[in-house]
Design a protein around this ligand. Sequence first.
Ligand SMILES: Nc1ncnc2c1ncn2[C@@H]1O[C@H](COP(=O)(O)OP(=O)(O)OP(=O)(O)O)[C@@H](O)[C@H]1O
Ligand SMILES: [Mg+2]
Length: 378
Amino acid sequence: MKVVLEHVTKRFPNRNKKIKEEVVAVSDFNFEIPDGKLIGLLGPSGCGKSTALNLICGLEEPTEGRIYFGDEDVTDLAPEHRGVGLVFQNYALYPHMTVRENIRFPLTNLKGSAKLTKEEMNARVERAASLVQINELLERKPSEMSGGQQQRVAIARALVKTPQVLLLDEPLSNLDARLRLQTREEIRKIQRETKVTTIFVTHDQEEAMSISDLIIVMKKGVVQQIGAPQDVYDDPANLFVAKFLGTPAINVFKGEVRGGQLFIGGSAVLDVPGVRDGGVWTGIRPEGFIPDSNGPFESDLLGIEVMGRDITVLSGHPDAENPVVRSIISSDRRIDTSSPTVRFRLKPYKVFLFDDATEERLKFEYDIESDPEAGGAV
Ligand SMILES: Nc1ncnc2c1ncn2[C@@H]1O[C@H](COP(=O)(O)OP(=O)(O)OP(=O)(O)O)[C@@H](O)[C@H]1O
Ligand SMILES: [Mg+2]
């Protein structure tokens, strides 16, 4: 089932009664979520992710705009009539019920022609339980299970009514690191098996990047960019998106463009044809540096971290936004650690320029052929 948002806006009265101005939690959302995909809705705390999800499931009513499931306008439909499955951060299982009863619960109040027999209900419960691999735990109470298992019960409960759309709001936040990884893989697998259109809310960019077909990056209620995770990483629309995606984070420098050349500090570090003269924020991905004793980019060497396959060079630069610049290079490279500085040349497709006022991307053309190494695989 595709989900379409048409100019959807949600305003709340400010929680602080003294402030008259309304909060725009979701501003003019206008996009289509394709059928059968897993969408990561991503952004920092308070940017409106949960509000967006609540609008889609019907727990909140939009101030403006319409929401469609397929061709049906669901804007005025109550949540229980939208065919959505919901999973929240806290598992919200009924503690006095067994796992089986918890999963069965949404089926017990079906009315009219949708009503199921006991056998049908049991078959559905078993199927949902096997999707999340908890068949062995059906007779347990929630208190007898780990956090990860409880969250899987919550997912099974959301799946048991075979929803048209599955909505997950930070479903992994309460799990420890290992379980998070494992459960996110499972969600991906379940989504592939059921092909249910799924919207997964998280503030963790790595989590969203790793399992989503498409990510929607939000900031303060406004969509910044929509695309496949790798495409957004490789082609960020603005400085916010560039900084939000990637671990380690992109390195940001204050730079200046003059006559088609990018200057950081006093040095011309890269040709950037077509970019207007003036101040720019320069983002360089950690994997965008090539050690080169004749390279134009010089920074103060602070140390190196050897991580097996690659080396992280830590350096400092007066025009860097952060005190430490991180460059990730292949471990067959040698860095002269006795030298006070380190020199690099830059891979042009790992360097992004942004207008220093609007923070919007300023694109330039580059010729990958001119430096085979810079164009090679990272
Ligand atoms: N019922 C409400 N009344 C007033 N303001 C609200 C209400 N619900 C949300 N907001 C405000 O709307 C904005 C978006 O909130 P929302 O909960 O959607 O953010 P979020 O991205 O889910 O954040 P988090 O990652 O912390 O869960 C915030 O500024 C929040 O304070
Ligand atoms: Mg939230």
